[in-house]
Structures are given as C-alpha cells and as structure tokens.
Design a protein around this ligand. Sequence first.
Ligand code: GLY
Length: 396
Amino acid sequence: MTRIHKICIFLLLVTVAPALAGTPLPRWYSKALTRSEAQLLAAAQQFGNSGKTPRTYEHGKIQLVSSNDWTSGFFPGSLWYAYELTGNEQLRSDAEKFTAFVANAQYRKNTHDLGFILYCSYGNGFRITRNAGYRQVLETGAKSLMSRYNRKTGLIKSWDPGIVSWSFPVIIDNMMNLEFLYNMGHLTGNNSMTEAAVSHANNTLKNHFRQDNSCYHVVAYDSISGNVAGRQTHQGYSDGSSWARGQGWALYGFTMMYRETKNPAYLAQAQKVASFILNHPRLPSDKVPYWDFDDPEIPNAPRDASAAAVIASALIELSTFTPDNNQYLDTAEIILKNLSDNKYLAKKGTNGFFILMHSTGNMPKKSEIDTPLSYADYYYLEALKRYRSIKQTGHL
Ligand code: GLY
C-alpha cells in the first residue's frame, strides 16, 4: 500500500466512522433543530427583560406569564433541551435567565402543577448543571407539592375549591407531576414522597380509565370517605369523550412511572392507552390528533399539536421497554416528521417565535384554539432529543 493510499484510508475513517456509530438522522430532524434554535433565541432576546415566560400567541398577541401560571416552566425547559441538542452557549445562558423567572413557584401550595413548572425548568437545569441552588428550589417545591397529598384519598389534589365546584378533583394531567415528586423523594431520601407518587398512580390506574382504556379528564373524590364522587371533563368535549391531550398525559405518565418503579401494571396500562390512541379510527393519517377524539365536527375539528408532541415523546420511551413492538417508535417518527413539516413547523420569525403551530389549549372555554403553545414546543424538543438518542445510541 502506498503512502497516498494510507492517507486516503485514514481520511475516510476519520470522516465516516462517527456517522457509522449510529443511524444517520434524517433531513427533517436537522431542519427542525435549526428552526427551533432560531425561534427560541429570538424569543429569549425579545422577552429577556420581562421577568415572564411566553405561553401562546393568540389574536396577534404574545401572552407572557409569571410563575403563577401552570405553563411558566415550559419555555425555560425548552431552552435547556435546545441547549443540549445544539451546544449553543447562548441558549444555556438564556435557559439560566428564564429558569430564574419561575423561582417563586417553589412556595406555591395552591396548585398541583409544580411538576410542570419546576421540573421542566429547574429539573432540567439541575440534571444538566448539578447547580446546588437549583436543587434547593426543587426540594422546597417538592415539599409544597406534597402538602396537597391526602392520605384518605391517597391522591394529590389538583385544584382548590373556587376554581371548580368539586371538593377533591384529580385530573389525569396530575400524572405528569409524579416524576418530580418521585425523583425528589429519591434524591432527598424522603420516602413519603415516593410513596405518595406511587399511591397517586395506583389510584389513577384504578379510577380514571374506562373499559376501552381511554381516560376521563377529572375524577372527583369525597375527601372524607375517599370514594369517587364523579367523573367529568373540564377541557374535553364531554364527560364521556376522549380529550386528546388527556390521553397523552395518561400515556406519558404511566410510561414514566414504569421507568421509575418497574411496576408491570404501569407498563401494561401505558400499552393499553397506546393501543387506544394508535388504533383509534379518528386518529388522522399524519397521527396529529384532533383536540378531542369525539368531537362530532371531525374531520373539521381543530388539531392539537401539543397532544401529538406529548404522545411522540412518550411513545419513544415506551418503545425502549417493548423492544418487540416497532409500532411505538415508528409512530413517534411519523408524528415528529409531520410536526417538522411546514404544515406545523412555523417559519422563522413568525408564530410569535413559537416553534409549532396548530395546538388547542382549552376548547370549551374557546381559548387557545389552533394556536402555538409553549408545552407543544417543550414536548416536541424532548421528543427530538429522545429520537436522536435512540437513533444514535440505541437507548435514551
Ligand atoms: N391542564 C393542562 C392541560 O391543559 O393540558
């Protein structure tokens, strides 16, 4: 072999070998990432002095929210994910800045949404930086969340009287706060937190699901007897309908609780929910659900890209627990590819600097219909990160 041949082979190995380490990522993935980075940087620059975080863009106005709002942690969380995905140090510094904007939520005892608010922001920040100050905020926040746990019902109360008429309502969304409580229990050695998270998941498993494995939005409990007092909806089409994002929260919540506990009942429930969603006759071919599977206006009903993003992220994780089922990863890939198409992915500088279009926040209240939403962007970025890990390393 000549010296020239040796140099050529060396150059070939240096340039090609990294790509061989995993499956190459598709072109839509690079486009999604570049677009997301540009939108987030622009939003961070625009709102960096507001002390608030962007929630939606509706009727031509960008809505900014304080740490009193359940969505306030998603924008800082998106910045952390985008920083991990791109390595762009500006995104890290923006993530630090916007994370600090939601610090006051740690003291709130009037909401169950502390997982959404604090774990997406401070939780991701702590996972990436191991900043002791972040850990302190998380510890205080977990204690605040724990104050809503009721031993009689074995559940965390979602809303206080005044917001709704029920005395002890639990919404399926509350499954999403368990990751925060469970992991803080582990981190601090506080078993009452891990036990509360498990109890909440067990009671949700028992009371929230219908025969067909769809779930109700709200289950109201009698806090004296601990019994179920009613099953209704708040954001869905009707009490008996299947609100799309609620099905997404259920899928994500039980997949996550299986990851944490390895309780096979949680995995079985996650698979049943996945089966309900993926085999539903009214799931569109692009796999981005209508806002409620039972809206009689389908196919003219609005879509919910946020539900699609939550479902995609959950399905990627679920696929790691069920290696013989390709349907989960394949469907997640279809969702992500479609969300990364111009039909859903906003053009640079448009859409109030949000990444995705066409989500539905609260249809019964006629609020945030066919708008961007900060949580659609957050779970989209999380799903992109999970997708990249699976493709490049074979695991999350
Ligand atoms: N309450 C959370 C949601 O709208 O999904």
